[in-house]
Design a protein around this ligand. Structure first.
Ligand SMILES: N[C@@H](CCSC[C@H]1O[C@@H](n2cnc3c(=O)[nH]cnc32)[C@H](O)[C@@H]1O)C(=O)O
Ligand SMILES: [Zn+2]
Length: 430
């Protein structure tokens, strides 16, 4: 079993109430073996942690990784125009190979900015899964289901094939969910069927909810309900583990409906800011016992998959929205990007904090930089000063995916060439 010893780093375990300290971390195989002020044991590889901050790898709870191919292609549009006029036509051209290289591009960015796991909803998910097996990342994968043009039969078959073929693959790095896309693309009958199937087979669900005012109006016109009421009436929150993306526009009675739900909400503040969706009621949801993690959404809208940008945006938006800088402090924002997101993916028993027995998913941040000195409060520094570019080393399941900013599981040159070529073809004439 490969043993890696990280010596003399500052450590944020993200365990509740645990103060930062300086120490050593021993990894054995896929897991964390020990964390202590000093560990004198032999190892196959010793990483010098001096001047570094170790923390759990960040977990991106809502992404469409292959949309990295559509980064900075179509911006400054309304969500529905962006989706209908730009994204869907470009996506219609995507082949399996495009999706593979798009996911590799997204993975390269995530690994390089400290993300070790993500939840993804897209198409050709077998290609996404193959990219994850190759990149070494951890992911919860979902075939997006829309039921507008047809009965969605082909999509359902693909969704179940993904679940049957890839759940647990890559030494448990891949998990799966069922992904009805959103209330406005899933009418009651097929949605109820998906919910029923998910309940019977105990499969978690990943769905977009209440992202824009247009969605609220649209669902009100169709069903005379809020999107949350619509999902509640179908029984989504009774027994299923549900990952809700966005949840920007919730009434206080919507929040009551979500109280006690299994799973929770991926808050995606950069995407919400950029598309002018609104400020999600994060503080209110947390006060009502709802788990809130953090995600980016696809790079097609967010334009970046840097979770450190989401941490900043999440806390700043709550402070601004409440006119109160004490709201959503640094440590809580970091928890949202780690252990709270892990809960949403249903993997908090394995990752999300640094502790012996958990999977070895962690990052080393290089603090030897002007914008990261001096060191007073490591939580504040990590939340407010660090950017993704400060990540020096990224480890998933005990495997080093990036060391001194060199990607080790892929050839960046190849990812660069493939993604540039394919992206150009996807957007030609659009
Ligand atoms: N369009 C696919 C199924 C959906 S996959 C996930 C979809 O989510 C879309 N998407 C990405 N970001 C957002 C968002 O913020 N809100 C709603 N949809 C999004 C994305 O363009 C992609 O089409 C099909 O016809 O089979
Ligand atoms: Zn999305």
């Amino acid at each position: 079993m490969q043993r890696i010893l990280i010596k003399g780093c500052s450590i944020l375990t993200m365990k509740t109430g645990e103060k930062p300290f300086v120490g050593d971390i021993l990894l054995a195989g896929q897991r964390i073996a020990r964390i202590a002020p000093s560990i004198d044991e032999t190892a196959d590889q010793i990483l010098d942690g001096k001047g570094m901050l170790a923390m759990p790898g960040l977990i991106n709870a809502h992404n469409h990784a292959s949309m990295s191919l559509l980064r900075a292609f179509s911006d400054d549009l309304k969500l529905m125009d962006w989706l209908d006029k730009k994204m869907l036509p470009a996506e219609a051209r995507m082949t399996k190979e495009d999706i593979y290289w798009g996911t590799m591009l997204g993975s390269a960015e995530m690994i390089a900015s400290g993300t070790t796991a993500f939840a993804d909803m897209y198409v050709h998910m077998d290609a996404v899964a193959e990219a994850i097996l190759d990149s070494g990342m951890r992911a919860s994968l979902t075939r997006g289901l829309v039921f507008l043009e047809d009965d969605g039969g082909r999509r359902m078959t693909e969704a179940m094939d993904l679940i049957d073929n890839y759940s647990g693959a890559g030494d448990g790095r891949i998990t799966t969910m069922l992904g009805p896309h959103a209330p406005y693309t899933c009418p009651p009958e097929p949605l109820a069927k998906v919910v029923q199937l998910a309940r019977e087979r105990r499969i978690p669900i990943h769905i977009h909810l209440a992202e824009t005012r247009e969605e609220i109006e649209n669902i009100k016109t169709k069903y005379n309900q809020t999107p949350t009421e619509y999902l509640h009436e179908i029984g989504l929150f009774q027994d299923n583990h549900v990952l809700l993306a966005h949840a920007v526009h919730l009434t206080s009675s919507d929040i009551q409906l979500l109280h006690g739900m299994k799973g929770g909400v991926s808050h995606n503040p950069v995407s919400n800011l950029k598309l002018a969706c609104g400020i999600a009621p994060v503080t209110e949801m947390i006060a009502n016992g709802i788990t809130v993690g953090l995600g980016t959404d696809g790079a097609g809208s967010a334009t970046t998959l840097d979770m450190f940008a989401e941490i900043k945006a999440a806390t700043w938006l709550q402070k601004l929205g409440h006119g109160d800088p004490t709201v959503l402090p640094a440590e809580q924002a970091l928890r949202m990007a780690t252990i709270e997101s892990a809960k949403l993916l249903g993997i908090d028993h394995e990752v999300g904090t640094l502790e012996a027995g958990k999977r070895a998913d962690l990052i080393l941040l290089d603090l030897n930089k002007p914008h990261l000195q001096p060191i007073h409060d490591l939580h504040a520094l990590a939340a407010y000063s660090v950017t993704g570019a400060d990540v020096d080393t990224t480890i998933v399941n005990g495997q080093i995916l990036m060391r001194h900013r060199q990607l080790l599981t892929m050839s960046w040159e190849e990812v660069h060439t493939q993604s540039a070529k394919r992206a150009a073809r996807l957007v030609e004439g659009l």
